[in-house]
Design a binder for this molecule. Structure first.
Ligand code: CO
Length: 147
């Protein structure tokens, strides 16, 4: 929004259309290290379904340095990460568990995946996103805000 010229901002304000500002398509990059390109993502419930794309810009294969994007409520973080270890790489380290609100595949270097997040169903609030590759969630973690 800050990149829009003043005239565009004025038009948006005059239109009174709140949904026009909603960012329903989000993206996050990962690489050959233990980090997301951002630790804070935000969207709006009016999107109904938000799309989050995770792109691995590194070179290492998924088995060595794979990453995914998993969403849960903050209170469920510990339980989901523990269950993820049991799930294994073949299941993208994602447990079959209702506490997982959305999840991508594990991606390796050069790969990407897009996740549908049912934000209207989830409702407004703060959620946590993280990588469930074993050990990664201690540092690969961020906040997903639905307003
Ligand atoms: Co990871």
């Amino acid at each position: 929004m800050s990149r829009l010229p003043c005239t565009a901002l004025a038009l948006i304000a005059l239109s009174g259309s709140h949904t026009a500002l909603a960012d329903c398509g989000l993206s996050v990059e990962v690489g050959d290290g233990l980090a997301y390109s951002t630790t804070s993502l935000a969207t709006e419930a009016s999107c109904e379904t938000a799309k989050v794309t995770i792109t691995h810009t590194g070179k290492l294969p998924a088995a060595a340095m794979g990453h995914n994007w998993v969403l849960a409520r903050p209170d469920d973080f510990d339980a989901v990460t523990k269950a993820a270890i049991q799930a294994g790489l073949d299941a993208n380290y994602v447990p079959d568990d209702e506490r997982v609100l959305a999840s991508s595949k594990i991606v390796g270097g050069g790969e990407s995946d897009t996740v549908d997040v049912p934000v209207s169903t989830l409702g407004a609030g703060e959620y946590v996103f993280f990588c469930t590759f074993p050990g990664h969630w201690t540092v690969m973690k961020g906040t997903f805000t639905v307003s």
